[in-house]
Design a protein. Sequence first.
Length: 293
Amino acid sequence: MFMAANAINGFLHADGQWTNQKLNHPLSILVLNLMPTRKETEFQFLTGFNQLESDVEMTFMYPYTHHFKGTSREKIETDYVCWNQIANRYYDGLIITGSPVEKLPFKQVDYWDELQRIIHWGHTHVKQQLHECWAAQAGLYLDYGIQKRLLPNKLFGIFTAVRVDHESPLARGFGAGGLLRMPQSRHTEIILDEAKLSGDLKVIATAPQSGPIILSSNTYHTTYVTGHPEYQEKTLANEYYRDLYKNLPIQPPVNYFADPVAGIVNYTWRDASQKLYENWTHLLVDKKVGISL
């Protein structure tokens, strides 16, 4: 039986484009939305979590120190919360999205200091964190000193894990046969020193072309996902045609189009994304994991 995801705030909530339902003891999830397509990203997370076994309430947060393009300061301050407004609260989960700043050194990102405070705050105020794409790289750098480097070409497409740690609760239900597929859309990769891997930081899933897909930290109660499990069927197509329109160097996303001319997509990662989010939410209700709220 599918449960429901409610939006406590956000653009969809303010515009009446997401209908909330009556929930019983929902999980509270704070989403630091760093994507420029904020409304679309809200929809992706709400839609994805709306298909899970647990009720959730999502509160959307923005980085106060960021200089926004395309969104008025007044609107984002009205429809989102900033960290100063919720710093004394506790949540079951914290999700930090990707961000189109990956080519910049971490310290050149205008909200870098604020992001550090939020991640460190999350170590004591949420049970589990989930960092995606650039946020995974940022979290691994802050938590473990793992650096990133620029790729010669954009990693763009759907990649299948060939090694999965089936002992991890994050990998429950994936089985064998390449079920774990992940959208990737990035220009950088992590430089993973095997010495960093121990009983604390573990690689849960990896693919030859994309490298580590999912990593997990016991110490920091954090899951680092190098891709975009929230992406929906047409997201990579929209990015591809956007870059073509801008005359940017871009190749069709690999393992994605069934018919590039017609724009028909192989939506092969949907079940894997749902399973990953399901497994992560199970960590939020596990009394042995995270902090006591």
